[in-house]
Design a protein around this ligand. Structure first.
Ligand code: ADP
Ligand code: ASP
Ligand code: MG
Length: 410
């Protein structure tokens, strides 16, 4: 019997009616003769609401307690779906992440899955039961519950698919696949039939929240082919898979925006060995994820150093940097949260030149100023004012004609 892993996101399980729709879909899959493991997110906006609740009683909640709180959302979902399936006459059993054998590291609120013991899930599948697992959680070495970071249910699904050697891994969401850009922002965005792991990984890490980037890392590492599709009707979705040769014919596959970044500039840093090491060592110790780093031309033995960090890590960054300014001899620091990072992604960029020029020209024609640039083999990212983020996405989508089907590279 084939094993199917089916993951349903928050909006797919938002209320009782949605739960019944999901139950029907899962039931149909089981009736086709497959073993089904379901992974669920919390219902609707539950996770956001729980975070808001916590902030009302403590502006900086303890990470372990945060995990105790947030993990409850998924627990509601799995129990309700099990009940809906029972009402349809199906055999189903719900499990928390720990009950399903998912072990994580100890980084509360952004834990990584370390291992999965699939015995209990397998034993239940063998008894003909549908197994419903809480997404986004596992058991830390301290025997405490830990969560996997926002959007982490995607990663639970892919990791389970790898551990169970599943035949299919389907990610059901509120759009019918992966698009050339967020369809809520770019109306002309086009659904892709397929996308390479590397392209999806870049898009996801650069702000396209349709999949958590770690889930794509897992999928690539273990060769799990993913299908992203809607839970609201039966249209086919997008396949995320190994790169095939003709994918390079498309230069730019998609555009993404990350509006949760902040920019830090350390002014007039002495231009001598060891300064960058001192700064970034301190930021690493403060658990800050530094991304783009730019150091401008040095002038009279001094230089400005600019880098980006996730916006919700700006307070930690500020404490680390402010404490070092004097020690490294810098003049001061500027913290800027009104920025966005806009990126274009495509494996075809490896073999084509002039893409950066086209990107900068399109932005300049719309008077959008580029403040920072970073590139890799298959992506170009720029930092701009956050107010222009949506416009920049639309401009780039049009400049690279992403609304047209498979524009071959010239
Ligand atoms: P779920 O709750 O099912 O996990 P998410 O809200 O996390 O759903 O992700 C789905 C959302 O991702 C869509 O509603 C869409 O607005 C957004 N999105 C961003 N970029 C893209 C893209 N390139 N293709 C499809 N959806 C995207
Ligand atoms: N409920 C969690 C969140 O909202 C995990 C998920 O939905 O994937 O981020
Ligand atoms: Mg999600």
């Amino acid at each position: 019997m084939a094993i199917y892993v089916q993951k349903f996101g928050g909006s797919s399980v938002a209320d009782a009616e949605c739960m019944q729709r999901v139950a029907q879909r899962v039931y149909d899959t089981a009736q086709e003769g497959h073993s089904v493991v379901v992974v669920l997110s919390a219902m609707g906006k539950t996770t956001d609401n729980l975070i808001n609740l916590s902030k009302q009683v403590n502006p900086q909640p303890d990470a372990r307690e945060m995990d105790m709180l947030l993990s409850t959302g998924e627990q509601i979902s799995v129990a309700i779906l099990a009940m809906a399936l029972h009402a349809m006459g199906a055999e189903a059993v719900s499990m928390t992440g720990p009950q399903a054998g998912i072990a994580t590291d100890s980084s509360h609120t952004k834990a990584k899955i370390m291992s999965i013991n699939p015995e209990r899930i397998m034993a239940n599948l063998e008894k003909g039961r549908i197994v419903i697992v809480c997404g986004f959680q596992g058991l830390a070495p301290s025997a405490d519950i830990a969560t996997l970071g926002r959007g982490g249910s995607d990663t639970t699904a892919v990791a389970l698919a790898a551990a169970l050697k599943a035949d299919r891994c389907q990610i059901f969401t509120d759009v019918d696949g992966v698009y050339t850009a967020d369809p809520r922002i770019v109306k002309q965005a086009r659904k892709l039939d397929s996308i390479a792991y590397d392209e999806m990984l870049e898009l996801a890490s650069l702000g396209a929240k349709v999949l958590q980037s770690r889930s794509v890392e897992f999928a690539k590492k273990y060769g799990v082919e993913l299908e992203v599709l809607t839970s609201f009707d039966r249209t086919p979705g997008t396949i995320v898979k190994e790169e095939v040769e003709d994918m390079e014919h498309i230069v730019v596959r998609g555009v993404a925006a990350d509006k949760n970044q902040a920019k830090v500039t350390i002014q007039r840093v002495p231009d001598r060995p060891g300064v960058a090491a001192t700064l970034f060592k301190e930021l690493a110790a403060a658990n800050v994820n530094v991304d783009m780093i730019v150091q401008n031309v040095s002038e009279q033995g001094h230089t400005d150093m600019t880098f980006t960090v996730p916006r919700d890590e700006i307070n930690r960054t500020r404490s680390a940097v402010d404490g070092l300014l004097e020690a490294v001899g810098a003049a001061g620091a500027i913290y800027d949260v009104d920025i966005a990072k806009i990126s274009i992604v495509g494996v075809g960029m490896r073999s084509h030149s002039g893409i950066a020029y086209q990107m900068f020209e399109a932005l300049s024609e719309h008077k959008i100023n580029v403040e920072m640039i970073s590139t890799s083999e298959i992506k170009i990212s720029v930092v701009i004012r956050s107010a222009y983020a949506d416009e920049a996405m639309q401009v780039l989508h049009q400049a690279f004609e992403l609304d047209k089907n498979s524009k071959p590279a010239s």
